[in-house]
Design a protein around this ligand. Structure first.
Ligand SMILES: Cc1c2[nH]c(c1CCC(=O)O)Cc1[nH]c(c(CCC(=O)O)c1C)Cc1[nH]c(c(CCC(=O)O)c1C)Cc1[nH]c(c(C)c1CCC(=O)O)C2
Length: 346
């Protein structure tokens, strides 16, 4: 048991003396070596689809910091692209996609079986990584949750309130549900192929789960996550799954039981002591330091890191940020965070 990787032990429900640690967006623009490799690739999507370079940026934060997990370098919006949507990134603004607002837009999408044609290079990246990562480092694959991915496909871009997706849901429930179902099926195939290529854990990012309420949360956050998790575990017995229903608030309570995920990732809008009591009772949790500490550093970073480690110390915990690290973060603050998490380790 104890020779198992720390992340896998925490995901299996073990309370460790020091929590394993990794960071969302750990391969990213705050690192000079990432910026250099991205410049070599030319643009963000070329970086995602060039296996040698995608593997290289995934490994950079592992070499620099010795994180306990590496997360595949890719993006949640590659799935819509693989289903036939146009996708491009506007520098300084974010993603743009062709929109899905009518039945004919939906009918033009490709069938689920076609996704591997586009996503083949991602599986190749996973294969390279599973050969190159240090033996103690866990490889995490990921995909966006259907609701979050649908919000980008419907609006054609990121939106502050996911208004266009909520509008389609209200106006044409059948079309909206068909899109969710297509994404659910595609996500199962995509994550399954990542596992076959060597991913040891998968994480489902539902970044906009917080804008779903009541029955909508059940239908479009819980149900797709349950379907994906059940299908993956049926195909790959014992596969650990992390769910991230960001800003779910009170709905974090019971999320693991309702979906079958092994670990619930928490954003930093929930109090760690509250989450230990109400969420960690059901199993492993991940989180939840505010990513702003990676910009500001200092004693506040140390104090808050210690407080989170302490709050979750009575149960299984993976230390992480509450959301991705931002480009203006100082790499020295990341080192300070890791050192603080591990200070009790002998
Ligand atoms: C909503 C979402 C996206 N992508 C993702 C989400 C869900 C998590 C979240 O809420 O942040 C997930 C994601 N995106 C990326 C990863 C790689 C793994 C990791 O290091 O965590 C992961 C897991 C790389 C990326 N994805 C993106 C970058 C920056 C691109 C660059 O290098 O210019 C990276 C490193 C681009 C991206 N991709 C997306 C947006 C909105 C943007 C633009 C915003 C920005 O510029 O930060 C869509």
């Amino acid at each position: 048991m104890s020779d198992q990787k720390t992340i896998l032990r925490a995901l299996a429900g073990e309370t460790l003396p020091v929590p394993p640690v990794w960071m969302m967006r750990q391969a990213g623009r705050y690192l000079p070596e990432y910026r250099a490799t991205r410049a070599k690739a030319g643009d963000f999507l070329s970086l995602c689809y060039t296996p040698d370079l995608a593997a290289e940026v995934t490994l950079q934060p592992i070499r620099r910091y010795g994180f306990d997990a590496a997360i595949l370098f890719a993006d949640i919006l590659l799935v819509p692209q693989a289903l036939g949507a146009d996708l491009w990134f506007v520098t300084g603004e974010g993603p743009r996609l062709s929109t899905i607002t009518s039945q004919s837009d939906f009918d033009a999408l490709k069938p689920v079986e076609a996704i591997h044609e586009t996503l083949g290079p991602v599986y190749e990246t996973v294969k390279i990584l599973s050969g190159e990562l240090p033996s103690e480092t866990t490889l995490i694959g990921f995909a966006g949750a259907p609701w979050t991915v649908a919000t980008y496909m419907i609006a054609g871009r990121g939106t502050p309130d996911q208004g266009p997706a909520h509008a389609l849901k209200a106006e044409n429930r059948a079309l909206f549900s068909a899109l969710i179902d297509r994404l659910t099926a595609a996500t199962i195939e995509y994550l399954s192929a990542q596992v076959e290529a060597g991913a040891e854990v998968v994480k489902i990012f539902d970044s906009w789960a917080g804008s779903l309420n009541g029955a909508d949360f059940e239908d479009f956050a819980l149900k797709p996550c349950l379907e994906i998790t059940a299908a993956l575990k049926a195909r790959h017995p014992g596969l650990p799954v992390i769910g991230f229903p960001r800003e779910a608030g009170e709905a974090y309570v019971g999320f693991a039981k309702a979906t079958g995920v092994d670990c619930v990732a928490l954003d930093n809008s929930v109090d760690a002591a509250w989450a230990a009591k109400h969420v960690q009772v059901d199993g492993c949790v991940q989180g939840n330091l505010a990513s702003s500490h990676m910009v500001t550093g200092g004693q506040a970073l140390v104090d808050e890191t210690r407080a989170i480690v302490e709050a979750f110390s009575k149960g299984p915990h993976i230390f992480n940020l509450g959301h991705g690290i931002t480009p203006d973060a100082d790499p020295e603050n990341v080192a300070l965070m890791i050192e603080t998490v591990r200070e009790g380790r002998s």
